[in-house]
Ligand binder design. Structure first.
Ligand code: MN
Length: 222
């Protein structure tokens, strides 16, 4: 009996050891104090922001109207993102969360992009939005999301939001980072400064320099 049970016990111990070795804090690091309202003017550069003096902290540091107003969607994509991250909402500093409001015109698209430091929880406030993400094995998971419904995008994966409804749409995206970051491949490839070497682009897309030039001209103005 003991010899039959032992391999099982060893497997459990191994699983526990592996689990313990995997970092458990996938979002921003846990805060070390009740609050650390960002001092956005501090001269010291940190991974994050230093804290304002506690005596200088006021109610307004924990309040924001950053996403109250709709932003104009009059651009070729029909989208506008309004962010409440630590950069505009200092009370978020060290708390590991932030939120973005996204307005979509009818037919508007939030083009494929990723957030290097956060997963994204989408909640549709108005209209209906197709939300989709792709995986490292090129699977596409997507769903049309309606008012008060949710869709979650795992950290770092490419995703998009397309307005599939009959009018404007609005959703909020909640992040488990005070500064999720955003990487949009179309801009990362065609609108960098300095420009990406032309050979990288022609060989990446298996096209000629004319096609690359046409793509660059589309994204240069943003
Ligand atoms: Mn996103």
């Amino acid at each position: 009996m003991a010899s039959a049970a032992r391999p099982h016990v060893l497997r459990v111990l191994l699983a526990v050891a592996i689990a313990a070795a995997v970092p458990c804090a996938l979002s921003d690091p846990a805060p070390l104090q009740d609050f650390c309202v960002a001092d956005l003017q501090a001269a010291t550069q940190l991974d994050g922001f230093p804290c304002k003096a506690a005596s200088a902290v006021v109610d307004g540091d924990f309040f924001s109207r950053a996403i109250v107003a709709a932003a104009s969607t009059r651009n070729p994509f029909g989208v506008n993102s309004t962010r409440a991250t630590v950069a505009t909402f200092p009370g978020l500093n060290t708390l590991g969360l932030s939120i973005t409001r996204v307005d979509l015109a009818q037919g508007g698209l939030n083009p494929p992009h990723s957030h290097p430091r956060a997963s994204e929880l989408v909640m549709v406030l108005k209209g209906e939005v197709m939300v989709g993400f792709t995986t490292g094995t090129n699977q596409l998971f997507s769903k049309v999301v309606k008012e008060n419904e949710l869709f979650v995008v795992p950290r770092g994966l490419q995703h998009f939001q397309l307005n599939t409804g009959a009018g404007d749409a609005v959703f909020v995206a909640m992040f488990d980072s005070q500064s999720p970051g955003v990487v949009t491949p179309t801009f990362s490839l065609f609108a960098t400064k300095p420009a990406m070497p032309i050979e990288v682009l022609t060989k990446t897309f298996l096209v000629g320099e004319d096609e690359v030039g046409a793509m660059k001209s589309k994204f240069a103005g943003f």
